[in-house]
Design a protein around this ligand. Structure first.
Ligand code: ATP
Ligand code: MG
Ligand code: MG
Ligand code: MG
Length: 465
């Protein structure tokens, strides 16, 4: 019968059982005594299983001793306790079948030496075979499963929001346009501009920057909902924390205020951290050893402590008086840069921090205005090493206040008419947030660049594969 590597290494399969493991060769070593040791990985866990292949197998000389890193094989044998250090179990092979050879092993791009992250990114279709990408993707999967489980256990409904949309939820003008391939043939208006009324959707359409506006309409009837899907932003910044295509987890809660969703963010993050530490201990040990020596302790600590809350206004004062020279000066009313966010989380608190009540002029139109007339009920969760991982707010549920804000920001009311309807018919206070999923994976793994925690990163000048 077939078994995966994790079944063998975890001791799930009784010693003495005959099984077949299928996977890829990580390394091969031959002993003088005419035995070969082949390490096989199949993605099911961090470690590879060692197959001990005696020279008696039929194709020992013709094939086994020619196996190189990356070859695909099926090895049949008996599960045995391993005498050596390392794994507790190994496979005493009786048969080795080769599915596929590696053409010219000397030029195999994933040769078993250490490669730079930049190099791996250029081989995104093959970096899947490396330890680091395997570990990242298992942790990523664990986190996304944990988040779904968290919301499910709390009674949330998962709704899918559209990827193609007509509205700019953030009003930041960072959208990609969606059109048909023959856009160039669409009739032009008198002024020479493309007449989008003639285009496929009958208006200008875009890839969504956030599912929030849509998910609000579900929260304002089904009460507790979340969306978890891809979002797109034409960020012109080449940073290690921005992607053009990233995934966002966006819960939206009726009858909730800012502190409710701050609490939700805290329990959600802690739930996800616990899941990763217990379910992916093997991969986390690798990150601790090779990527970031503090990563496990850090998560453990965060789980045990209450998150610190702070007002934007107090944060500005701290940043101005901390004596550190920042590249960008801090003044009340300016958006915080990642260096400021990181200082607050890393140096000032040493843990994730929840910053609240930002100036309204640096935030989106939909955030609920506070009574001071200057700030909105917004919150960001800032994490050490990264900065913002979550942005959220109470939403403006008062139609007159929302309309005044749309006018003030010169946003077209007609375009938001459906959104305004939610305030016209049985409006309720509600609040929600967006967690940048790749920022979470970056934080949990200690990886340096967000492009290394998504299978195929999209960034300016980079949309290969
Ligand atoms: P930043 O200030 O870092 O550019 P933002 O304030 O523009 O982020 P929001 O509109 O608040 O981002 O989006 C919600 C969350 O989505 C952010 O807290 C962040 O975790 C994530 N996020 C935003 N932009 C990106 C991006 N380009 N790539 C990856 N994640 C992103
Ligand atoms: Mg941004
Ligand atoms: Mg921000
Ligand atoms: Mg934000």
């Amino acid at each position: 019968s077939f078994a995966s590597v994790v079944d063998v290494l975890s001791g799930e399969i009784a010693v003495g059982s005959e099984i077949t493991v299928r996977g890829w060769v990580r390394t091969r070593r031959d002993s003088k005594a005419g035995i070969s040791f082949i390490n096989i990985h199949d993605g099911s866990c961090f470690d590879a299983v060692q197959a001990v292949v005696p020279s008696e197998v039929d194709n020992y000389q013709s094939e086994v001793v020619k196996l190189t890193t990356g070859c695909s094989v099926a090895v049949t044998g008996t599960v045995a306790e391993s005498a050596g250090q390392g794994q507790a179990f190994e496979l005493q092979a009786t048969k080795v079948h080769v599915y596929g050879w590696v053409e010219d092993p000397d030029t195999y791009p994933m040769s078993p030496k250490r490669h730079s992250m930049e190099y791996l990114r250029e081989h995104a279709h093959l970096r899947t075979r490396t330890n680091v990408t395997g570990a990242v993707m298992r942790v990523r999967n664990c986190l996304s499963q944990a988040l779904h489980r968290f919301f499910h256990e709390q009674g949330y409904l998962w709704v899918s929001t559209p990827i193609i949309t007509a509205s700019d939820a953030e009003g930041a003008g960072e959208m990609f346009r969606v059109s048909t391939l023959d856009m160039m043939n669409i009739p032009k208006k008198d002024n020479g501009q493309i007449d989008y009324a003639q285009d496929f959707f009958g208006k200008e359409a875009f890839l969504t920057v956030s599912g929030q506006l849509n998910v609000e309409s579900y929260a304002c009837s089904l009460s507790k909902v979340y969306t978890f899907g891809p979002t797109f932003r034409a960020e012109n910044s080449n940073t290690s924390r921005h992607l053009s295509e990233f995934w966002m987890v966006e819960p939206e809660v009726a009858f909730a205020d800012l502190n409710d969703i701050a609490g939700l963010a805290e329990s959600m993050l802690k739930y996800a951290f616990k899941a990763v530490l217990t379910e992916r201990a093997d991969d986390m040990a690798f990150f601790q050893q090779r990527i970031d020596s503090g990563v496990i302790d850090r998560l453990q600590q965060v789980i045990e402590q209450d998150f610190v809350h702070m007002d934007y206004t107090d944060a500005v004062e701290i940043l101005q008086n901390c004596g550190k020279k920042f590249e960008y000066p801090v003044a009340w009313g300016t958006d915080l840069q990642s260096e400021h966010e990181r200082y607050l989380a890393e140096v000032h608190v040493g843990a994730p921090i929840i910053l609240k009540n930002y100036p309204k002029d640096i935030k989106a139109f939909y955030m609920r205005q506070n009574d001071d007339g200057k700030t909105v009920a917004a919150m960001d969760v800032l994490a050490p090493g990264i900065g913002e991982i979550i942005g959220g707010s109470a939403r403006e549920e008062r139609l007159d206040v929302l309309d005044a804000r749309l006018d003030e920001m010169q946003l077209p009311k007609e375009q938001y008419s459906w959104y305004r309807d939610l305030r016209r018919y049985g409006t309720v206070p509600h609040a929600g947030f967006g967690l940048g999923f790749e920022r979470l994976v970056t934080y949990v793994t200690g990886m340096q660049n967000i492009r290394d925690v998504i299978p195929f990163p999209r960034a300016p000048k980079s949309a290969d594969f």
